[in-house]
Design a protein. Structure first.
Length: 249
């Protein structure tokens, strides 16, 4: 069996240094290629901190984070990220927003200049995949919240990342839209991409993920196949009826 694509071993992180606020403690988890892993828990439990650790935006005070077999010591470029609230530039079309990551990273910028038509075709194909065919020329303010979140997913996938990370993609969306977005993400497993979902909506997350992790106050308290966690009485009682709250540390 190959090594996990994402491997976190015994990670501790306090904001503000050793005496600061505890964010995560003794955290250990793994995500394989082609696997859909969900990290669930209440607001403030450390889920978004975990995302920042995996992407290299934060570095642990102890323990290690590896992505693609490499020790994370700086921001990771092989990850695609879809954030809680899609930040789309209002003066750019949806298609231009999707292509934006290729303009930011130098190695992609050169290819975009040389192969613009190829990337435009790819962006349009992604839009069709998420049910937004023909919306590439629309501006963000012309899209609903659910449509913006789907366009946000296209932007995360445009450079063919080996790891897709999603931070609370269900936030503020209607249940039917959440179900559709998670269905689309779930199908991406067939491409071999590793998927790490950070989500407070435990019910929706565990319905689609392969494996689940439950965080409480920065520590991992439960893990296992998502279907088993969804049937666990403690998870059912504590999380599956949990009301949605805005924000996470």
């Amino acid at each position: 069996m190959s090594d996990p694509f994402v491997q976190i071993d015994g990670v501790d992180l306090r904001y503000g240094g050793p005496g600061g606020v505890l964010a995560v403690s003794g955290l250990t988890l793994a995500v394989n290629k082609g696997e859909f892993a969900a990290v669930v828990g209440p607001s403030g439990c450390g889920k978004s901190t975990l995302m920042r650790l995996v992407t290299g935006l934060h570095l642990p005070q102890s323990g290690t984070v590896r992505v693609g077999g490499q020790l994370v010591t700086k921001p990771v470029s092989i990850a695609g990220m879809a954030f809680q609230n899609p930040t789309m530039l209002p003066w750019r079309t949806t298609l231009e927003n999707i292509l934006l990551p290729l303009e930011i990273v130098e190695k992609h910028r050169h290819r975009l200049r040389q192969h613009k038509a190829e990337y435009v075709a790819k962006a349009e194909k992604l839009l069709a995949t998420v049910g937004l065919k023909g919306f590439g020329d629309k501006y963000p303010w012309q899209l609903s919240g659910g449509m913006q979140q789907r366009a946000n997913l296209c932007r995360a996938l445009i450079h063919e990342p080996e790891l897709l990370m999603l931070d609370e993609p269900s936030l503020g969306l209607a249940p039917l839209i959440v179900k559709e977005i998670f269905r689309i993400v779930s199908e991406l497993r067939r491409t071999g991409v590793a998927i790490l979902l950070i989500e407070q909506n435990a019910r929706a997350a565990l319905q689609v993920a392969d494996y689940g992790y439950v965080l409480e106050t920065g520590a991992l308290v439960m893990q296992g196949p998502a279907a088993e966690l969804a049937a666990n009485p403690r998870v059912v009682e504590t999380y599956l009826g949990l009301a949605r709250n805005a924000g996470d540390r």
